[in-house]
Design a protein around this ligand. Structure first.
Ligand code: 5BU
Length: 239
């Protein structure tokens, strides 16, 4: 983030490997992180991962698989390590729901920690009328701090502090756009300024705001989000 002056994560929800590689290369200079849903890729082969890693190294960004694990420890071990995608082998960051209880974290940690991976917990979501309650969010914060050797932050809509711990965790925030308040399927958008400066989030996760319909190119849109996100971040930390 500091090297690139960017707190922008691209949510690259495209369905072919060529589209993903092309977009990643175009907007690579503007992002610190690229988020994927690897299971929506229609022509996946493991060789794609090597090509993506090459682009990530060229532009100095990390890879985040938005897998939202939500099963018992033993099952998530296999989902994270094995199968077609072998997520743990390439995703620096992944995320999990805490609904199954703390054993989901120990299951994922048994795979991810030896590989130096990190986990985000879903503490809140951007979608309208979701079922996340204040109690669920605060229990998720507790779980994160109890497992801070592997969990380093949250997917949330605001800064989340622990009542007694002074160490901070990172907050990454989806549902960010400019000039749109949402989509027809429940997504709710807020601006970089609102989420970063007002709500205290650290990283903005932007998908269709960058590559959706617009007269500007994805690189121009990414540059706009990079500048807006970073300015809001600096305004917050050095007012
Ligand atoms: P968009 O095109 O910027 O709306 O994409 C948002 C992405 O973030 C998409 O991949 C979602 O799956 C993801 N997301 C979200 O939108 N809201 C949430 O609360 C969580 C993830 Br968690």
């Amino acid at each position: 983030m500091e090297d690139k002056k960017s707190n922008l994560c691209l949510s690259c929800d495209l369905s072919t490997t060529s589209e993903i590689l092309e977009l990643a290369d175009q907007i690579g200079p503007h992002i610190c992180l690229l988020k994927l849903h690897i299971d929506i890729v229609t022509d996946f082969e493991y060789s794609f991962i090597e090509k993506l890693q090459h682009v990530a190294e060229k532009h100095n960004f990390l890879l985040f698989e938005d897998r939202k694990f939500a099963d018992i420890g033993n099952t998530v071990v296999h989902q994270y390590r094995d199968g077609v995608y072998k997520i743990a082998s390439w995703a620096h960051i992944t995320n999990a729901h805490t609904l199954p209880g703390e054993s989901i974290i120990s299951g994922l940690a048994s795979v991810g920690k030896p590989l130096d991976r990190g986990l985000l917990l879903l503490a809140e979501m951007s979608s309208a009328n979701n079922l996340f309650s204040a109690e669920y969010t605060s229990k998720t914060v507790d779980m994160a701090y109890r497992n801070s050797d592997f969990v380093f932050g949250f997917i949330a809509q605001q800064h989340l502090a622990h009542p007694t711990e002074s160490k901070d965790m990172i907050v990454m925030t989806p549902g960010v756009n400019m000039g749109s308040s949402g989509d027809s399927m429940g997504q709710v958008y807020r601006t970089p300024d609102l989420v970063v400066k007002e709500m205290g989030c650290d990283i903005i996760i932007v998908g269709r705001g960058i590559y959706g319909n617009s007269s500007a190119s994805p690189a121009q849109r990414a540059s706009m989000f990079q500048l807006a996100g970073w300015k809001s971040y600096l305004d917050r930390i050095q007012p």
